[in-house]
Write a protein that binds this ligand. Sequence first.
Ligand code: DQA
Length: 147
Amino acid sequence: KAIYVLNGPNLNLLGTREPNIYGRTTLADIGDMTVAEAKAHGFDVVFRQSNHEGELVEWIQEAREAASGVIINAGAYTHTSVAIHDALRALAIPVVEVHLSNTFSREEFRHRSLISPVAKGLIVGFGANSYVLAVDALASLIEEAAE
Ligand code: DQA
C-alpha cells in the first residue's frame, strides 16, 4: 500500500508564490523528494494537489482502502475545514500534518488547525524539507504498527 501525500489550495503555485515565505521549490520538486524518501523506506507515494475541498475529501476517503498512511498539507483549509477534519477522523491509518511555513509564527488566524486534533503529529516550518521529515515520521509509525 502507498503513502498518500495530499496538498490543498494554492500549493500548485509553489516556487512563485510568496517565495520569501514558502521558498523556491516547486510542488513537482517536493513530489520527487517525497517519492525518493518513501522509496528508501520501501513505500510508494500517491502525490496529489487540489484547490477544491470536496476533491480532497474524496481522496481521503479513497485512502481508507488504498493507503497505509496519509501526509496532508491542507493549505488554508487547515484553518477552516470541518469536512476535511471529519474525513481524516474516519481513517484508521496514521495521519501526519505538514506545513512549509511555521504557521504559529504567522498571523493569528493560522494558529488554529482543524487537522491537528486528528493527526498523529505535526511537522511545520522546515520548508520543502517538512515533507521529507513527514515521510520519515510516517514510515516509522507504519513500521512500528506492523511489528
Ligand atoms: C501552509 C500554511 C497555511 O496557513 C497557508 O494557507 C498555506 C500553506 C504551509 O504549508 O505553510 O496555503 O499550509
